[in-house]
Write a protein that binds this ligand. Structure first.
Ligand code: PEP
Ligand code: MG
Length: 846
């Protein structure tokens, strides 16, 4: 009869039960029934039935109870679509009343019968009658008169006797669970976990297997892997004379499952039941194709399986479990790949604050680069270096960072800034270095002059105080909580191999230094998609020469300074080419405004005057002359390349000479040279002419030939719109979506952090567009640029090298518009590889 009722369904192998109509638990129980496991009789209520029930429309309870034996005690458990969305707690022992209690006292003994009844009275009082849970505080629940006192307490509080009618009890429990699910706070809570607003709840009504009484009876849980590591291991507890999950809370009085030095075990005490249990658990793993926690009850020596729940797991365990299941042929490689949330890989790639550690959060900002690190706070780049020299971990605290801070960032364990968003300088560099970083932490007061931070709660932290930066969630913590180390084990590597076999978009890394390139290689990037060459000039010795070049009065002096930079830059490129051993390396010509290389304060200016043997006033004047109102839209990128062409000449020469040197004993290197901030075709023509001339000169001088590819960074809206004019001069376009986003929105990438969270919270932007590519606006320009570029130059290689390159949502978009590869910070390469594979699989399965 239940088979024909859309609301009440007996769980049989053929019953029409789905996760979407009855929830995950009901579906899982049906699978267990299909496996012929000893599952007690179960009836499932659909989402619809429960929704109607919350509105007062009670299902036909007589029909619901039909499949159960007369006087059968029942339990009700929630069954939502996703167990992570929570739900009301299970209620056990429904159906017990005075008469049933008396019978049970005879069959299983009075103490056990008392315990069953008491448990139900307590749940019913709290969840159904909505009485204060502390009403039982004065009762000694293990005392001989506990039951009598509890019934009296109920009658006093509820002003009616405890219900004796089974239908009343069951109806009350069902209604209270349905209403609890539909309450506002429960809805908000599950929506925060990703549930849709109208997520449904199913309920399962199951015959109780008592776990109390004569013979060996009890309950427990078992799983076959460790949820923290994913290593195989029989894990769980069993408690004699208990129900539900009591065994987990009972501490020392519960049994271990397998033989254990710490105490007695189920394996020794009840070997036959243990064997059955293990066989059932293994069958569940193989046939449900998942690691499950098995909830079981032993009644008079016989094992019953009450439930199976997907085990909670760390990211590391999730990867190990998925790979193990696929290696054993239980799931396919594709399914293993689909089971891992790409961003969860960050947990494996970086140290993290132990989820069990106590967190003393003193403030928060934008989670700009994942991972966590502790250290003494320092407020200057010099102090960071000094700290590093002493071997002390430090956290570099700045209002915002500039290229001058890069050396300090190298020396620091983490970075914290007051300003900025996900594509600000600090964020980009930190991600490249794999350093935890929180930016835009403007709820903390930064008093960098007096070297102190004031937390919103008034606590003050001075230089040398130890803080922890949690770049995974944007928190700043006091002290040094316990950490979990990064862990790139064989399972991770295997998963990545499968991802590479499947994905159809390439992944390169943004890498500026040999260290970055090594990380990129390590994470199997398919090349370097963006080498920001300006980052190569911040080492002490180079910076001085760079400054000499900037201070040069005429092209001749400038050329002399550049000649000193040439061998240094050439060596950088040889290193990169060698590390990448034949894989493509895309080198972006100098991009930032020159003044970024000049000191920002008087002491720095004095040092510079001394180093260059110039009067201080001349240094000041030069800096003043170079300063701009809006440097990000000023004399930078190709504009510098055209007005001070000697810089690009030197870089092109360094690239070509390095190409010849690095090709000598290996595969021929074909460098890619990229021109930044282009907005007009003529810019490309001018730069191309000079680069071709340098190439010709190097070929003649060195008597060697080489190929190279020239391309443009499409990062101004005009370059995207005029792609058809620009493309004929190019081998490739790389969309610089950081600047493209900045210029499309007219939104400063360094200042947007101040109001971004307000904007996102109020729904002005669905997401931070510097973080997730704005498919509607910036994406349209990208699509347009790609189409127009390819129309004029069909062989044009297309890529995205802004920070979006590493974000899964943006990768989906890039695949759709025909981008050949994305390029992102080296530490994001694995995330991008997995996300790319998942999109290919999704397309395949439709
Ligand atoms: C960009 O603008 O997207 C880009 C990759 O370059 P940068 O971040 O160096 O400006
Ligand atoms: Mg840019």
């Amino acid at each position: 009869m239940q088979k024909n009722n859309p609301f009440i369904t007996l769980v049989t192998p053929e019953a029409p039960i789905t996760v979407q109509s009855h929830g995950g638990r009901a579906k899982c129980l049906q699978r267990l029934v299909r496996l012929d496991l000893p599952v007690p009789t179960t009836v499932a209520l659909s989402f619809n039935a429960v929704h109607r029930l919350a509105g007062g429309d009670m299902p036909d309870l007589d029909r619901l109870m039909e499949p159960f034996a007369q006087d059968q005690l029942l339990c009700v458990r929630p069954s939502s679509e996703d167990p992570d969305w929570g739900g009301p707690g299970a209620v056990l022992n429904i159906g017990i009343n005075d008469a049933r209690h008396e019978e049970l006292s005879k069959s299983i003994g009075k103490p056990a019968a008392d315990e069953l009844y008491l448990r139900f009275i307590q749940s019913y009082s709290e969840h159904v009658a909505r009485l204060d849970p502390d009403m039982f505080d004065d009762i000694d629940l293990s005392g001989p008169s506990a039951l009598k006192e509890a019934l009296e307490a109920y009658e006093d509080e509820a002003e009616e006797p405890f219900p004796q009618d089974v239908t009343t009890q069951l109806g009350g429990v069902l209604r209270s669970m349905a209403r609890a699910w539909e309450g506002t706070s429960a809805r908000l809570l599950r929506m925060a976990k990703g549930a849709p607003a109208d997520a449904g709840l199913g309920l399962v009504v199951q015959a109780m297997v008592l776990g109390l009484g004569q013979g060996e009876s009890g309950s427990g849980v078992l799983q076959l892997v460790d949820g923290a590591t994913g290593h195989p291991l029989v894990k769980g507890r069993y408690l004699s004379q208990s129900q539900g999950r009591d065994a987990l809370e009972a501490g020392a009085s519960s049994l271990f499952l397998t033989k254990d030095e710490r105490g007695p075990s189920l394996e020794e005490e009840l070997p036959e039941a243990f064997d059955h249990l293990l066989t059932h658990a293994r069958l569940m793993r193989n046939r449900l194709r998942e690691e499950m926690q098995v909830e079981f009850t032993v009644e008079d020596g016989t094992v019953h399986i009450l439930d199976g729940v997907r085990i909670q797991r760390s990211a590391q365990a999730a990867v190990r479990i998925a790979v193990a299941l696929a290696e054993e042929g239980i799931i396919s490689h594709e399914e293993a790949l689909m089971r891992i949330e790409p961003r969860a890989l960050n947990e494996l790639l970086h140290r993290q604050v132990d989820p069990n550690a106590t967190r003393d959060v003193i403030g928060s900002g934008v989670a700009a680069s994942p991972g966590a690190a502790s250290g003494k706070i320092v407020f200057t780049e010099a102090a960071a270096q000094a700290s590093d020299a002493r071997g002390e971990a430090c956290i570099l605290v700045r209002r915002e960072t500039s290229p001058e801070d890069v050396r300090g960032m190298h020396a620091a364990a983490a970075v914290l800034t007051e300003r900025g968003g996900v594509t600000s300088h600090a964020a980009v560099i930190a991600r490249g270095l794999g350093l935890p970083c929180v930016v835009g932490a403007n709820n903390i007061r930064f008093q960098t002059k007096v070297k102190q931070l004031t937390a919103p709660d008034g606590r003050v932290f001075k230089e040398g105080d130890v803080l922890t930066i949690d770049g995974t969630n944007g928190d700043v913590l006091f002290g040094e909580p316990e950490m979990l180390e990064a862990n790139l084990d064989d399972s991770f590597k295997q998963l990545m191999i499968w991802a590479d076999e499947i994905r159809d978009i390439d992944v390169r890394a943004n890498a500026d230094t040999p260290t970055d390139a090594l990380t990129a290689e390590n994470f199997k990037a398919q090349g370097i998609g963006l080498c920001r060459t300006e980052h190569m000039f911040f080492d002490e010795d180079r910076l001085t020469v760079m400054r000499e070049m900037i201070f040069a009065d005429d092209p001749e002096d400038r050329r002399a300074a550049l000649e000193r930079l040439l061998p240094i830059q050439r060596a950088d490129f040889v290193d990169l080419f060698k590390i990448m051993s034949g894989k493509p390396v895309c080198i972006r010509l100098f991009d930032p405004p020159l003044h970024e290389f000049l000191p920002g304060n008087r002491a720095g200016m004095r040092d510079l005057a001394e180093a260059l043997d110039l009067p201080l006033s001349r240094v000041e004047r030069r800096i003043e002359a170079l300063s701009e109102y809006n440097p990000m839209l000023g004399m930078r990128g190709v504009r510098l390349g055209i007005t001070v062409p000697e810089i690009y000449d030197m870089q092109a020469r360094a690239i070509f000479e390095a190409t010849i040197d690095a090709s000598k004993d290996g595969e021929a290197v074909v460098p890619e040279i990229m021109i930044p901030l282009v907005s007009a075709k003529r810019e490309v023509e001018l730069v191309k002419t000079r680069i071709d001339a340098v190439a010709a000169a190097v070929r003649t001088e060195r008597g060697a030939d080489f190929d190279f590819r020239l391309g443009v960074m499409v990062e101004t809206p005009r370059a995207a719109l005029r792609a058809e004019d620009i493309a004929p001069h190019c081998d490739f376009f790389s969309f610089g979506t950081n600047d493209l986003t900045q210029m499309t929105y007219g939104l400063s990438r360094d200042d947007a952090g101040r109001f971004m969270s307000a904007y996102v919270q109020q729904g002005v932007y669905p997401e931070d567009p510097f973080h997730t590519l704005d498919a509607d606006g910036v994406g349209e320009l990208l699509k347009l640029g790609a189409e127009r570029g390819r129309a004029a130059q069909p062989n044009l290689t297309l890529s995205v090298c802004g920070e979006h390159g590493g974000s899964p949502e943006s990768i989906a978009f890039c695949r759709k518009v025909g981008i050949d590869y994305v390029s992102c910070s080296p530490f994001r390469v694995p995330v991008a590889r997995l996300a790319a594979a998942q999109f290919t699989i999704k397309d395949k399965i439709g």
